[in-house]
Design a protein around this ligand. Sequence first.
Ligand SMILES: N[C@@H](CCC(=O)N[C@@H](CS)C(=O)NCC(=O)O)C(=O)O
Length: 165
Amino acid sequence: MEPVALARAGLAGSEPSRRNRAATTAGPRGDSGRSEEGGAEVIDHIGLGVSDYEVSKAFYLAALAPLGYGLVMEVTGTGRHAGFGVGDKPDFWIGAGEAATAGAHIAFAAPDRATARAFYRAALDAGGRDNGPPALRPEYHPTYYGAFVLDPDGHNIEAVCHQPE
Ligand SMILES: N[C@@H](CCC(=O)N[C@@H](CS)C(=O)NCC(=O)O)C(=O)O
């Protein structure tokens, strides 16, 4: 999504992120599918194929902990899948045995800049590679504060805080 589209989509606002509000307001299935602003939450969950399930599971457990994420569900059988979430709804999944194509980009909402920095440190400590240290990215909008790492498969994983400080 281009920076101008980000601003149009209302992501440059000053409200606490939906992701972090969801941690306190959502029911077991998240919520009704409508945001407090009345817009539809069109993405229910996302998933990435990973080449080494245990390596990536350990990476995401560590990297997403500062954002309040934990392992919510693990499905084994024909394949192995791990679902991470805040609270009890898994909205981020990794799966073994699927084509792992590097280059996906996923941004997790951080409630403040310190949390984005904590994500970055935890991700690097867990074996992630730097893809852009925590800093303002005014090319997106004036208070866009992002931290970028590459996960074990080369996917571009970010924690972003939109709030001014
Ligand atoms: N290394 C860059 C990463 C920036 C980045 O990945 N931006 C996201 C959007 S928030 C993206 O997908 N950019 C397009 C691209 O990298 O091709 C930085 O530190 O700013």
